[in-house]
Design a protein around this ligand. Structure first.
Ligand code: DOR
Length: 380
């Protein structure tokens, strides 16, 4: 397929309009004036609820939603039912994912049942195809267990992803800082281990991670679109709809995250896509739908295009050691739309952006050289 007059997003930002041939046999040529072609975004952090919670999401509904959101590759967390803590489960998930419109990778649990006690078999999970280990959603490991987990992950050559919260300390900034401090301490004691801090939400965490990076520790970090865009003040009116873990923080925390992204202290943007059915959400469940609002929310942050490329295309793949396979997205950066959750392809309609006017929309998604989503644009 030939795209005419398109701007291409790459490591140095956006190029001038050019014509480009994209390997998608059978797809029709098009004038892409005003559009941006970006390598498909990879989301390092998604809850796909499969197996166990089909009212919230399935691999199929999650993959379709991701394609509409501009993600050609998503990484599923292990807090399913049953928890992904055994190699045969990883193999079964990978087999099921082969038929999906986008690519999917799987994280396996660090501890059996996410209970923070007995370690899973990291080497066997890696051999089965897991790309990382994480107990995300929980963090029950003490320092000794964390050190043993990092040792096992290092032996398996996998990064350890942590949900940085000491549960008994609640979900305030000090709980997150204590968890980051503990994990960095464990990391410093384990040769060849790699640590990735999930959904960083505070200035204090950013400062700890910056210092650790300066000391040469192999730590990486992610922030979510909602922590980068919103603050606690803005979601008060949402009631239970505003519940998320970690909670939305202060303006100062949000500014620290944005600055850290520019510096590269925060490596990646990851959605923490956490779909819930309406009953669970009304009853207080934590988490937001992430996929279908991420691109415009992130583009609305006013970051340089080279920073977006690094945080959404390049670093997420480096962190889990994945290459790109004919994955592209075509974005209309000028398209404005009002978020109507009922139109989401995801089963999770729980968004804090409901009713907001966003700018930027995915026009087309290609994965493995196939067009997997094409939106008919109203104003085109
Ligand atoms: O808000 C959240 N929801 N944070 C998490 O860490 C877990 C997630 C979920 O699984 O719903």
């Amino acid at each position: 397929m030939r795209l005419q007059n398109v701007r291409v997003m790459g490591p140095t930002g956006l190029s001038l309009p050019t014509s480009i041939e994209v390997d998608a046999p059978g797809a029709v040529d098009r004038d892409a004036s005003g559009l941006i072609l970006s390598p498909g975004w990879l989301d390092l952090h998604a809850h796909l609820r499969d197996p166990g919670f089909p009212a919230k999401e399935t691999l199929q509904s999650g993959a379709t939603s991701a394609a509409f959101g501009g993600f050609t590759h998503v990484v599923a967390m292990a807090n399913t039912d049953p928890v992904t803590d055994r190699p045969e489960q990883v193999r079964a998930l990978i087999a099921r994912a082969a038929g999906l419109p986008i690519r999917m990778s799987f994280v396996a649990a660090v501890t059996m049942g996410l209970e923070g006690q007995t370690l899973t078999d990291a080497v066997a999970l890696q051999r089965a195809g897991a790309v990382a280990l994480s107990d995300d959603g929980r963090h029950l490991m003490d320092l000794v267990t964390l050190r043993r987990a990092l040792t096992a992950a290092a032996e398996a050559g996998l990064p350890l992803l942590i949900h940085a919260q000491i549960e008994r300390l609640g979900d305030g900034p000090e709980s997150e800082a204590a968890a980051v401090t503990q994990a960095l301490e464990a990391l410093a004691a384990v040769p060849r281990a790699r640590l990735h801090v999930q959904h960083v939400s505070t200035r204090a965490s950013v400062d700890l991670i910056r210092t650790a990076k300066r000391q040469g520790l192999p730590v990486t970090a992610e922030a979510t679109p909602h922590h980068l865009a919103l603050t606690a003040a803005e979601v008060v009116a949402l009631g239970p709809q505003g519940n998320v873990n970690p909670p939305l923080r202060s303006v100062d925390d949000r500014e620290a995250l944005r600055q850290a992204l520019v510096e590269g202290v925060i490596d990646a943007i990851a959605t923490d896509h956490a779909p819930h059915d309406s009953g669970a959400k009304a009853a207080g469940a934590n988490g937001f739908h992430g996929f279908e609002t991420a691109v415009p929310v992130v583009m609305g942050l006013g970051l340089e295009d080279r920073v977006l490329y690094r945080a959404c295309v390049e670093r997420p793949r480096e962190i889990i050691g994945q290459s790109i396979d004919e994955e592209w997205i075509l974005i209309d950066p000028a398209a404005e739309w009002i978020v109507d959750a009922s139109s989401f392809k995801s089963r999770g309609k729980n968004t804090p952006f409901s009713g907001r006017r966003l700018r930027g929309r995915i026009v087309m998604t290609l994965c493995r050289g196939q067009v997997v989503m094409e939106r008919v644009m109203q104003h085109a």
